[in-house]
Design a protein around this ligand. Structure first.
Ligand SMILES: Nc1ncnc2c1ncn2[C@@H]1O[C@H](COP(=O)(O)OP(=O)(O)OP(=O)(O)O)[C@@H](O)[C@H]1O
Ligand SMILES: [Mg+2]
Length: 267
């Protein structure tokens, strides 16, 4: 699928975005004048060195951090009006954090259902929807367990379920599976890809793994070290559905090489 983001409807649009933390001698420019647009259903990864502003970019899109300058729109609505967040504009957006952030005293089901409780969905519907999404991510047999009784991979599944339970149109994932072993990570990535495709959700993933970015994405955004500047946006020309065998192909390996060069050139 070609991504001429000017010609197509935009699901997420970031323009002239700058974020400066603090002021005077201690001011840190985390993002400098970034422009980026995602079309509906697109899967985009952000690849860049530590501290270059990836989390900050996601937090601004999610309405958790105000920009210093520039605009962010989701489905044509501004997330920020100066320092004021539009709650209505952030409604289609869901963010999954790097660390699971589950409440230890709640069951898996109650943790997953929490965003629905915040949205004042009735208890029966909450439970039904949370149970259904838990099943989708392979947690059917753990609904009544506490998070402490789960493995790291299962906790990340629960976090993913919680991010998906509101049927978001935009899903922001901040290194979701970074702390997991390679095999668990592969299988969660496959599931993530299937869930995102089925739900037609527009996804922005932060990762440090070049091959993960290449495997999952329609386009990979390469960022230079702080302040985050977009140095390259590279399309991943692999057909979908994709399976793990793709990673053995020479075409895949050459895209990984291209991304690695783009990263080191930006550094
Ligand atoms: N709340 C804050 N106050 C001050 N500085 C901050 C704040 N949040 C982030 N920064 C600074 O902004 C820069 C970008 O941080 P950010 O967390 O976005 O980087 P990142 O690309 O997500 O890094 P990593 O890959 O290590 O997660 C860093 O220099 C960081 O110190
Ligand atoms: Mg980060």
């Amino acid at each position: 699928m070609p991504f001429d983001s000017n010609a197509m409807e935009k699901e997420v649009s970031v323009s002239g975005l700058t974020k400066i933390f603090g002021d005077g001698d201690t001011a840190v420019t985390a993002i400098a004048n970034a422009d980026l647009a995602l079309v509906p259903g697109e899967f985009v990864s952000l690849l860049g060195p530590s501290g270059c502003g990836k989390t900050t970019l996601l937090r601004i899109i999610a309405g958790l951090e105000a920009p210093t300058e520039g605009a962010v729109e989701v489905r044509g609505q501004s997330i920020w009006n100066g320092k004021t967040r539009s709650t209505a504009a952030t409604r289609p957006v869901s963010m999954m954090f790097q660390e699971p952030r589950l409440f230890p005293w709640f069951s898996v089901l109650d943790n997953v259902a929490l965003p629905l409780r915040v949205a004042r969905v009735d208890a029966k519907t909450r439970r039904e929807r949370a149970a259904r999404i838990c099943e989708t991510v392979g947690l059917k047999d753990f609904l009544h367990h506490r998070p402490t009784a789960l493995s790291g991979g299962m906790r990340q599944r629960a976090s993913l379920a919680r991010a998906l339970v509101t049927d978001p149109q935009v899903l922001l994932l901040d290194e979701p599976f970074g702390a997991l072993d390679a095999m668990t990570r592969d299988s969660l990535n496959l599931e993530l890809m299937q869930v995102c495709a089925r739900a037609k959700v527009t996804t922005m993933l932060v990762t440090h793994s070049i091959s993960e970015a290449a495997f999952l994405s329609d386009r990979v955004v390469v960022l230079a070290p702080r302040p985050a500047r977009i140095t390259d946006i590279i399309e991943m020309p692999f057909d979908r559905p994709r399976d793990l065998d793709l990673q053995q192909s020479t075409q895949f390996q050459s895209m990984v090489g291209r991304l690695r060069r783009a990263l080191s050139e930006g550094a």
